[in-house]
Design a protein around this ligand. Structure first.
Ligand SMILES: [Zn+2]
Length: 429
């Protein structure tokens, strides 16, 4: 879409199991264009009456509260205020240079809404249509929940969680793209309730990566005194440079994933919206595995300029999925502090030759209890018990693969420590 300087329309979507995309990423008005954002700090969004009448939302009497909580998550995290109202309107604005001026969230089965779920989008639980001008100013954001799918507020198995879905779509409505961090609300994958035999409510809670993204656009909430600083620089790539490279930060003290971004083909990167503190910095080359490349100190209102060398050649990209309760997926495993869980990893190499670990000092792998269950000849699977100490803060943590004591690959944000109970505990600590 090279139509810069013209009002444009783009679609952003929530996929079931999407291809990998970029990490906290901002949508732009075309290649090299300005990031999309609202110019006002207040965004008015109308909730269509169809949300309350829909037979496809189980527990629809709680739908407004779920949508209000989703809006509050973004409002609390940043300087933006999403203000809700109700509307009898049913349809999103049709594609074009301009919408009707009303930003709407709807599930009505109108022809205009249903068109959004034809073909490629048919498997998506929701779609957001943005209208913006040539300067990247968002003028209208319309969200349609897929009227063909079951959505719920009560965790009904097989349905999509309404609040999680709306959190994700509101992120698009504010200008965010998809995240590469597994536990992020803006991740381009969402599970139905029932994956891992759990209700899927993880995405209700914004990850640090989501929060950095929205703060990059709208700044922090007034109360956040320690925010925000930035890191920018280059990654010098070792090897052919054909594959994608991602760079991310983990809090030095806790190991929690703070934010992640895709490194440009030129080697340049930038992450804004970071809280002050010390971070370990990592890169993952899709063709060469993951490595620690250094650390950085983030200070409020300062951009730390850094230069890293990516250490390709330490391995190949080996890990393909994480899992729980016997199911493999690209969805983060939700766990609770103070408990221990059996977690799975799958890879394209024989996992018997590797060791496993986590980014958090408080998450320990019990090496004595690793099993290698048979999932067929295409994939190697390891199942091991992790002890999550009571002291581990809520957040996203990275499962790592080691060989001879050196990290060779990892899945960023593959374990999500959260409050929502995961009762499938291996043992109490
Ligand atoms: Zn999406």
């Amino acid at each position: 879409m090279g139509l810069k300087l013209q009002p444009l329309l783009i679609l952003t979507m929530l996929a079931l199991l999407g291809a990998s995309t970029f990490a906290y990423e901002l949508q732009t008005s075309g290649a090299g264009g300005a990031p999309l954002r609202w110019s006002s700090k207040t965004v008015e969004l109308a909730v269509s009456d169809s949300i309350f009448d829909s037979p496809n939302i189980r527990g629809s009497e709680h739908a407004y509260e779920a949508i209000a909580r989703a809006a509050a998550s973004w409002n609390t995290a940043s300087g933006i205020q999403i203000v809700l109202s109700r509307s009898k309107a049913l349809s999103v604005s049709p594609p074009g240079r301009k919408g009707d001026g009303l930003s709407l969230i709807t599930i009505a089965q109108t022809p205009e809404n249903l068109l959004l779920f034809s073909g490629f989008n048919s498997s998506r639980p929701a779609v957001t249509r943005l209208f913006f001008d040539g300067k990247g100013r968002i003028l209208e954001a319309d969200i349609v929940l897929n009227p063909y799918f079951s959505t719920s507020t009560d965790g009904s198995p097989g349905s999509f969680d309404l609040e999680s879905t709306v959190v994700h779509e509101l992120g698009h409505a504010l200008g965010l793209g998809h995240s590469e961090v597994l536990g992020a609300s803006m991740r381009n994958s969402v599970a139905r309730n029932g994956l891992y035999s759990l209700p899927f409510t993880s995405a209700r809670t914004l990850s640090s990566d989501d929060i950095a993204g929205v703060r990059a656009l709208y700044g922090p909430a007034d109360s956040e005194g320690h925010c925000c600083g930035s890191v920018a620089g280059t990654v010098e790539r070792d090897g052919t440079g054909e594959s994608e490279v991602f760079l991310w930060l983990e809090e030095k003290e806790t190991g929690a994933v703070a934010a992640m971004t895709r490194v440009a083909a030129s080697g340049g990167f930038r992450i804004d919206g970071l809280a002050s503190g010390t971070y370990d910095v990592f890169t993952r080359d899709e063709g060469a595995g993951a490595a620690s490349v250094g650390e950085v100190e983030i200070r409020k209102d300062v951009t730390s300029e850094v230069r890293y060398k990516s250490r390709a050649g330490t391995g190949r990209s080996l890990l393909s999925a994480v899992g729980f309760n016997g199911q493999l997926s690209t969805i983060a495993v939700p766990v609770n502090a103070g408990r221990s869980y059996k977690i799975y990893l799958s890879a394209t190499a024989e996992l018997e030759h590797f060791e496993f670990g986590a980014s958090a000092p408080g998450i320990a792998v019990d090496r004595s209890a690793t099993e290698f269950p048979d999932y067929g000849s295409e994939v190697s699977v390891a199942a091991f018990v992790v002890d999550v100490d009571d002291s581990v803060p809520e957040g996203e943590y990275t499962l790592r693969l080691y060989r001879n004591g050196e990290m060779v690959d990892c899945i960023v944000g593959s374990v999500s420590v959260e409050k929502a109970p995961n009762p499938w505990s291996h043992r109490e600590l």
